[in-house]
Ligand binder design. Structure first.
Ligand SMILES: [Zn+2]
Length: 156
């Protein structure tokens, strides 16, 4: 699919390995969808880069900024049944895309088994489960069930 046909790019959070190409994608015609809780994190990204990285700073120009409450309607306009949820735990500004079929894209949210009783992470998993999350699509690693146990995550 040509890049300009992509309606929006959504970053689960503004770390360089997740959003580092956002401005370049905008230049290729992919608008950036930002949740209001993410705004403050965007300018901080450049502090994690070195000149040799050739990171291009993300400007606010052309971005669409929405609240979580607006996400379902915006997604529906694109034919996507789902919503964007605030899912802190890896960072305070992390978001997840939860589709109504139970698929959830969680970025770097630590797995529950790696949460070490972190109350923020555990509360986020509780929210996702309550909202109907079933299949978890993390940014790194394998697709897994929201109910998966540690043994299943690391098959021998
Ligand atoms: Zn990260």
């Amino acid at each position: 699919m040509p890049l300009h046909k992509i309606r929006y790019a959504l970053a689960t959070h503004y770390h360089i390995d997740h959003a580092g190409l956002a401005e370049e994608l905008k230049r290729e015609g992919v608008p950036l969808l930002v949740l209001d809780v993410q705004l403050d994190a965007i300018p901080i990204m450049k502090t994690w880069t070195k000149p040799g990285d050739h990171y291009i700073d993300i400007t606010s120009a052309g971005n669409t900024t929405i609240s979580f409450a607006q996400s379902r309607q915006l997604l529906r306009q694109m034919g996507i049944a789902g919503e964007i949820l605030h899912t802190p735990g890896h960072t305070d500004h992390c978001v997840s895309l939860l589709l109504d079929d139970g698929a959830v894209f969680t970025g770097d949210l630590p797995l529950k088994v790696h949460a070490f009783e972190n109350p923020v992470v555990l509360a986020t998993w509780r929210l996702l489960r309550e909202k109907g999350a079933k299949q978890v699509y993390p940014a790194h690693g394998l697709v897994r069930s929201v109910d998966e146990t540690p043994d299943e995550q690391f098959p021998k």
